[in-house]
Design a protein around this ligand. Structure first.
Ligand code: KIV
Length: 274
């Protein structure tokens, strides 16, 4: 199967084929998701929360995004790899954005970048796409604006006009698809009908052209127990699995049951450590 491209992903909408997206941040998890047939591996700036243990995505740097994206892109044979623009690269204008975007494509082999913001950032998106840097836009709730917005709010009827202007603007600027974050279901349905590019929803209901979720939420790999996010369905409980495995290992070491004969090198012959 040839590796998916932004244009192929765009064509899924006409074909009525749902776009399956998950975040990924390292080589082994990316390999698993790629082999499982996930269409897009998004190296989200959510790496700040999920991997670095920070409370927002704002501290994530361009260097860190390049570091994680390179690992994910090396693992992906089928999926399109998309790297997030970290704060404040969506806000610095076209020149900085093209410089950052071209570094991402050159240094990581990613196929596209993700870019938060709609109408007010459309010129920058156009500069990126004109420079040959494919853009997955991101409208609705934009986590990089958390300090200004004061929280993560679901986008409802009162945001309709701005949301629709944002979607039309990113479509005209050449984005190949758009992430729609936390938009009330009926509004997301209308938004999806409004534009020719696919909408990839997170917390935006079933009518979007695709879905994206965060790896750690989906697989239950979150160290803080607490209530799961409403939109994030959990498909496994890695927390519990890893806790039990770690306890078994600790017990074996403390009881002298590990390493046993099967895991020890014995005899005089020279061997490789395999
Ligand atoms: O950073 C991220 O993981 C994202 C997704 C939640 C869409 O932006």
């Amino acid at each position: 199967m040839p590796q998916l491209t932004p244009l192929k992903i765009k064509s899924f909408k006409k074909e009525g084929r749902k776009i399956v997206t998950l975040t990924a941040y390292d080589y082994p998890s990316a390999k698993i998701l790629d082999t499982a047939g996930i269409d897009i591996l998004l190296v989200g700036d959510s790496v700040g929360n999920t991997v670095q243990g920070k409370t927002t995505t704002l501290p994530v740097t361009l260097e860190e995004m390049i570091y994680h994206t390179e690992m994910v892109a090396r693992a992906a044979q089928n999926a399109l790899v998309v790297a997030d623009f970290p704060f404040p690269y969506c806000q610095l204008g076209a020149g900085e954005a093209v410089r950052a975007g071209s570094r991402i494509l050159k240094e990581t082999l990613a196929g596209a970048v993700k870019f938060e913001g709609g109408e007010k950032r459309a010129e920058t998106i156009a500069a990126l796409t004109e420079a040959g840097i494919p853009v997955l836009a991101h409208c609705g709730l934009c986590p990089q604006e958390i300090k200004q917005s004061g929280g993560f709010f679901v986008q409802r009827e009162s945001e309709r006009e701005q949301l629709f202007r944002d979607l039309r603007a990113v479509e005209s600027a050449g984005a190949f698809a758009v992430v729609l974050e936390c938009v009330e279901e009926e509004l997301a349905k209308e938004a999806t009908q409004l534009v020719s590019i696919p909408t990839i929803g997170i917390g935006s209901g079933v009518h979007c052209d695709g879905q994206v979720l965060v790896f750690h939420d989906v697989f239950g790999y979150t160290p803080v127990p607490g209530k799961p996010l409403k939109h994030a369905k959990r498909y496994s409980d890695l927390n519990a699995i890893l806790t039990i495995a770690a306890q078994c290992y600790a017990q074996d070491v403390r009881n002298g049951e590990f390493p046993d004969d099967a895991h020890s090198f014995k005899g005089a012959a020279k061997k490789t450590a395999e």
